[in-house]
Design a protein around this ligand. Sequence first.
Ligand SMILES: [Zn+2]
Length: 304
Amino acid sequence: MKKRIGTALAMGLMLTACSTVSMTGRKQLNLISESEILTASLTEYQSYMKSAKLSTDAQATAIVKNVAARIAGAAEAYLRASGQQADLQNYAWEFNLTQDKELNAFCMPGGKIVVYSGMLNLIGNGADRDDELAAVIGHEVGHAIAKHGNERASQQMLANVGGSVLGAVVANKSQATQSAVAVAYGLGAQYGALLPFSRKQELEADYIGIVLATLAGYDANAAVTLWQKMAAASSSNTAEFMSTHPSSTTRIEQLMKDIPKVKQTYGPRPQTTKAATTSKSTKAATTTKSKGKTTTSKNGYKIG
Ligand SMILES: [Zn+2]
């Protein structure tokens, strides 16, 4: 009986909790309300920030803040233009560079962006530094916009409780939400294994990431070189990020297919580009040289 009530409850929740991912239109199951996710995420973020060490490198911090602010601006513009203004109230952006050799970065629901110095070191100081940083941050903001945290915490919640005791969980939902969010984000080591994003969520974040990078005026080709760098850096430093962000040739192939289309749809038009386009296309040509033949799109970009 208890089990049946639990199952009915779970089904009811599922029926009311199905939402659609912005930008890709995929249906997802979000069992937790946005306000609950935001509260739990903020707690998790504050606890991380308390233990984290902010970078003392003012120049590197400024670089991260600048790129993150432009990606955040693009995300807001996109939400506004696609009739999702209501979602804007959920974002109170914060941008940080923390001193940590791990190759990691994240964007919590609500727009709390953190890049680890290890990630910035991997990117290096080349001409495509900001473009690659935009690819990382765009990808992480993509997870936030697509509400992957809610989806992942919902899956965690279901896995934790199963249908039979869901009623009890609902009675004490804020605590269940907090622990599900903690496991989904894995920021507190005490919660054990980190729950990885699914392949579907990863590809979705990749796609949204290149759209945001393009809208913000960056060269989306850098997403490819970034993941190539990630794959090549197979040291233990990559372990954490790679465990939640599995890299594969499939993802790079998908990006290479999507980038030209995204640039055409979201990229700057010739009459509005001026000098910025000239320098971007030069950069794009440089980054795609190693990938073989290049063609010129109508936006003036060199695309591979
Ligand atoms: Zn990811």
